[in-house]
Design a protein around this ligand. Structure first.
Ligand code: AMP
Ligand code: MG
Length: 483
């Protein structure tokens, strides 16, 4: 079969607009071919949603496609340049091991970047090898799909292939490539990169491009740059509220890992909190707790301020005036987030309508959970399911007193709201590790079973007790970046 026939059969529809932007912000580069690609997993449901059909294509060819050995005809491969504040320090970066093949447009006119991660060196690779290992790519796959199941905006995972090559980390590991899709890969760091370059034309075209691609509704407003800032503030406050809702800790909230679309991106050292504690950190390199669970809203605001800085010349020609407008706008994050967070916590506790006591009911409950090292996910489920058996902490007077007040406040409809807001399970760190270990040893069954349930976390499942159990010892759990 000719390549064009294969592409037609699959249903690719590439229309590559980012590749048309200034070459100053990207490099045209193809994936490095790999030795012996093998398909590990393909996201059939996501393929269907995208209008892609691989069911009549044999696995070797699929592996060849998702390794970059055989590129779709109309792809135009690029690596994107960007900068970023990494742990507060500004650095020039770029896709060091990722390549965007192009944008696939679905029948209902939705546009998605198709990106390989782990597909070889680029001019932005610095000291890195441009490669990725199987474990971390499957980790991104399962966590991003879990996030989607949790109804949190996120990049998605389409496939993972192994390369038939090894990558050297602390040990020799199986090389792999993840195909991820995103509504775009434009980051706060993309704006920082172009702003730093001082190239006004390039910045203007990135700004217009971003607005056209994501938020065309602000195109004709009096101040599109300011409106863009406001929308991104809103999207990011929604996103971080969602993270807080499920106890997700991103772990590396550098400005290069914050999208303007409001999708979660870059599942490196991320992990989910077991017992409730604002100081929870899992990342091995986050020694100061900059990206701790409870710090995430503050960091979101800090990153948004960096985004606003890049937009200043477009917000107002008068620099002082621009700074004043941007500062006031970014400061609105506090009240926007507080409101969203309060509503989210009210939903988790089934508090419908408003009552002067609500804030106290919430904060007393959170304090109680923290003092008693209560499991964040499960404690809300115990409330939802009236299930307090076999758990001594609920016999404490401190809990019983709080519970009485809460019972008085909730009504018949509360549980529906709680059911929509509180997942039955999260990807517990130790279970993720366990299924990844099996997958690395060629047994994908535990991974697939876990994945299937994670994709529907608000539905009732039989026999999920094992997936719901918190780890017995979470103190030593550490995650790592860029592996
Ligand atoms: P991350 O922490 O995954 O957001 O990555 C930060 C930066 O390091 C990005 O520019 C990545 O492209 C780059 N990077 C991470 N791992 C590698 C690697 N193995 N080879 C080249 N660049 C990498
Ligand atoms: Mg990144």
């Amino acid at each position: 079969m000719r390549d064009r026939d294969i592409d037609n059969k699959i249903g690719w529809h590439f229309d590559n607009t980012y590749a048309r932007l200034s070459e100053k912000i990207l490099t045209k580069i193809k994936p490095t071919s790999v030795k012996k690609p093998k398909l590990i997993i393909i996201n059939e449901k996501l393929c269907r949603n995208l209008g892609l059909n691989f069911s009549n294509i044999n696995n070797d060819l699929i592996a060849s496609i998702f390794s970059g050995n055989q590129l779709p005809q109309n792809s135009e491969c690029i690596a994107q340049a960007y900068a970023g504040h990494q742990f507060g320090h500004f650095t020039v970066l770029g896709d060091g091991r990722a390549i965007v093949l192009g944008e696939h447009v679905t029948k209902d006119n939705k546009r998605f970047d198709i990106q390989f991660k782990g597909s070889g060196k680029t001019p932005y690779s610095r000291q890195g090898d441009g490669r990725a290992a199987l474990g971390p790519m499957l980790r991104e796959y399962i966590i991003s799909e879990a996030m989607n199941g949790l109804k949190i905006p996120t990049t998605r995972s389409l496939a993972v292939v192994t390369t038939g090559e090894t990558v050297m980390r602390e040990e020799s590991l199986k090389g792999a490539i993840l195909t991820r899709i995103a509504s775009s890969h434009i980051r706060v760091g993309t704006f920082q990169y172009v702003s730093l370059s001082g190239d006004k034309d390039a910045f203007n075209s990135l700004l217009n491009y971003t607005i056209n691609r994501h938020y065309p509704e602000v195109k004709n407003s009096n101040n599109p740059a300011l409106e863009l800032l406001k929308i991104v503030i809103n999207k990011q406050s929604d996103l971080v509220t969602n993270w807080m809702r499920v106890g997700f800790i991103h772990g590396v909230m550098n400005t290069d890992n914050m999208t303007v679309s409001g999708e979660s991106i870059d599942y490196g050292p991320c992990a989910f909190m077991d017992s409730y504690n604002l100081k929870t950190v899992f990342s091995s390199i986050d020694l100061q707790g900059r990206y701790a669970y409870g710090n995430q809203p503050l960091i979101t605001k800090w990153n948004l301020a960096r985004f606003a800085e890049t937009l200043l010349p477009y917000i107002d020609k008068n620099k002082d005036k621009a700074i004043k407008i941007a500062t006031d706008t970014v400061n609105e994050f506090d009240s926007i987030y507080e409101k969203k967070w309060l509503n989210m916590m009210k939903s988790k506790l089934g508090l419908i309508g408003s009552n002067d006591e609500d804030k106290k009911i919430i904060s007393d409950f959170l304090t109680w959970m923290e003092n008693n090292k209560a499991d964040y996910t499960n404690t809300f489920l115990f409330l939802l399911n009236d299930d307090f058996k076999n758990n001594k902490i609920f016999e404490k007077e401190t809990f019983i007193n709080w519970y009485k007040k809460w019972r008085k406040r909730v009504d018949g409809k509360s549980k529906d709201l709680m059911r929509e807001t509180n997942p039955n399970l999260i990807p517990r760190n130790y279970i993720v590790e366990k299924v990844l270990k099996a997958a690395e040893n060629n047994d994908l069954n535990p991974f697939n079973s876990f994945l299937e349930i994670l994709q529907k976390p608000y539905e009732d499942h039989v026999n999920i007790k094992d997936y719901q159990a918190p780890a017995t010892n979470t103190d030593d759990y550490k995650t790592f970046c860029g592996t």
